[in-house]
Design a protein around this ligand. Structure first.
Ligand SMILES: *Cc1c(COP(=O)(O)O)cnc(C)c1O
Length: 466
């Protein structure tokens, strides 16, 4: 019996090379022609059926797998790659980011650490962000999957730093009192998840009052333990900012950890024009920001910076005989990134960020960010000019919330019809108890004309419904 080679490398590199080139060409054609595509379309029933496949025990071949991807997967995503996608806060990705992910996958290094070139690149990009975000040179950080995980890592570092007992060995069971985290009602739902995950219970989230110092004093008098203040640099609903300077003052005076969630708006720090609005970020003990939102990188990549060197390691570093550092050889230098977070095996997501910063320059990225802020203002101005529309929140950054004058039911139907039309994808939220359409600008493909197209569609559909 002849044994076939068991490697998963191509049998025939030349024919695989042809397929690979076709994949690259197809994806570039796809990205170059997005404007002509609907933003979103539901998965048709024949594709649903095709994807409902039994476990493929036998080889179908690369060509067949790719053909099925082209026919049934590629056209039917949530649409965030498109110039007129404004829903939630989802970046587009870039062609360079796509290719960088390919390069990272080809190299496939293990980024727990291993002080070779990929680790040097990750450490360097973190150092660049330390500088760009106004943190002191000794600050450190780590790349994470997304804003949620970056925030979780920061909160775990805060908890470790603030809990004056053997948290890592005893857990919170022996905590002398309940630890409290203060954040506004506009804080993203990551905080609730994080508190539950960290075993603190989401009831540890105190909605912060304007007189935060007095509130903390009252909580202390009750025997509770204020631990962390969470500030928002760009809230998910409206892109609003907390008064970060005030929060930093209170945190400093009350000796609690100050964390800033910049998942949405943090990258505004790259712009000379927008940075002044972020005043106070540079005083945070920790700062989390997404790079797959407002730095437009393909999912998934975020970053967390921590001011006190060693604060992440205090929460996460672990030792085991099979990953012990050595003086020389492959594991020299240890596993610094695994020691700063939960994950051990980590991919080279820093590569696309490094490539983007070098290729576009921080200035090029900042220009795209500034264009988004300008487009949000344009949309707001157009809404304000249209008598049938009403804006329901100020536009401090890159998010616009508005309604067609009429009932909540009308606006809900309007939202679904505009999404189903394929012309544009806004999402929705509730502002002051009323349903509102919501457009977020974290999209480097949006052109100024797209804004008029969205509003024209809203008006046409709204009038039909009214
Ligand atoms: C998106 C977002 C998060 C969560 O980040 P993910 O990357 O989706 O995990 C947290 N906070 C804010 C303000 C966000 O906009």
């Amino acid at each position: 019996m002849s044994s076939e080679p068991s490697t998963l490398d191509p049998r025939d590199w030349e024919s695989f090379r042809k397929l690979a080139h076709r994949m690259v060409d197809d994806m570039l054609d796809f990205l170059a022609a997005l404007d002509a595509q609907p933003v979103w379309q539901p998965v048709p029933s024949d594709s649903r059926r095709a994807l409902d496949e039994p476990v493929p025990y036998e080889a179908q071949g690369e060509e067949r797998a790719y053909a099925d991807f082209l026919a049934h997967v590629l056209p039917y995503s949530n649409g965030n790659r498109h110039p007129r996608f404004f829903g939630w806060a989802q970046g587009n990705g870039t062609p360079l980011g796509m290719m960088s992910d390919m390069l990272a996958a080809a190299m496939n290094p293990h980024l727990a650490g291993f002080a070779q070139a990929p680790a040097i690149v990750e450490a360097k990009v973190i150092a660049w962000f330390v500088e760009l975000m106004g943190f002191p040179q000794e600050a450190s950080g780590v790349f994470a999957l997304g804003g949620t995980m970056a925030n979780v890592l920061a909160l775990a570092a805060a908890r470790q730093a603030m809990c004056g007992f053997e948290l890592r060995t005893r857990g919170l069971y022996d905590a002398p009192s309940r630890y409290l985290v203060y954040g506004s009602g506009e804080t993203h739902s990551w905080l609730k998840k994080a508190l539950e995950l960290l075993g603190m219970g989401s009831a540890s989230w105190r909605l912060s009052r304007a007189d935060l110092a007095a509130q903390i004093a009252e909580d202390r008098a009750l025997g509770l333990a204020p631990m962390c203040i969470v500030g928002n640099a760009g809230t998910i609903n409206t892109g609003d900012f907390d008064d970060l300077e005030m929060l930093a003052d209170v945190a400093e005076k009350e000796r609690v950890w100050f964390h800033v969630d910049g998942a949405l708006g943090g990258l505004a720090m790259l712009s000379d024009r927008l940075r002044p609005r972020m005043k106070g970020v540079e005083r945070a003990d920790s700062f989390a920001f997404d790079l797959h939102k407002w730095m437009y990188q393909p999912f998934d990549v975020a970053c967390v910076l921590v001011r006190a060197r060693g604060a992440l390691e205090a929460a996460f570093a672990s030792s085991a005989s099979y990953i012990a550092a050595m003086e020389r050889g492959v594991i020299a230098g240890g596993l610094p990134f695994a020691d700063r977070g939960v994950d051990l095996t980590r991919g080279f997501r820093a590569l696309k960020v490094w490539m983007a910063m070098k290729a576009h320059g921080v200035r090029g990225i900042a220009r795209a960010i500034e264009a988004n802020v300008r487009q949000a203002q344009m949309l707001a101005a157009r809404i304000d000019r249209e008598p049938e529309l009403e804006r329901v929140a100020p536009v401090p950054l890159n998010i616009v919330c508005f309604r067609f004058k009429g009932s909540d039911a009308l606006n809900q139907e309007l939202l679904l019809r505009i999404q189903e039309s394929g012309v544009a994808v806004p999402s929705s939220t509730i502002i002051d108890g009323r349903f509102a359409l919501r457009c977020a600008f974290v999209n480097h493909r949006t052109k100024d004309e797209d804004i008029d197209r969205v509003i024209d569609a809203v008006l046409t559909i709204g009038r039909e419904l009214a």
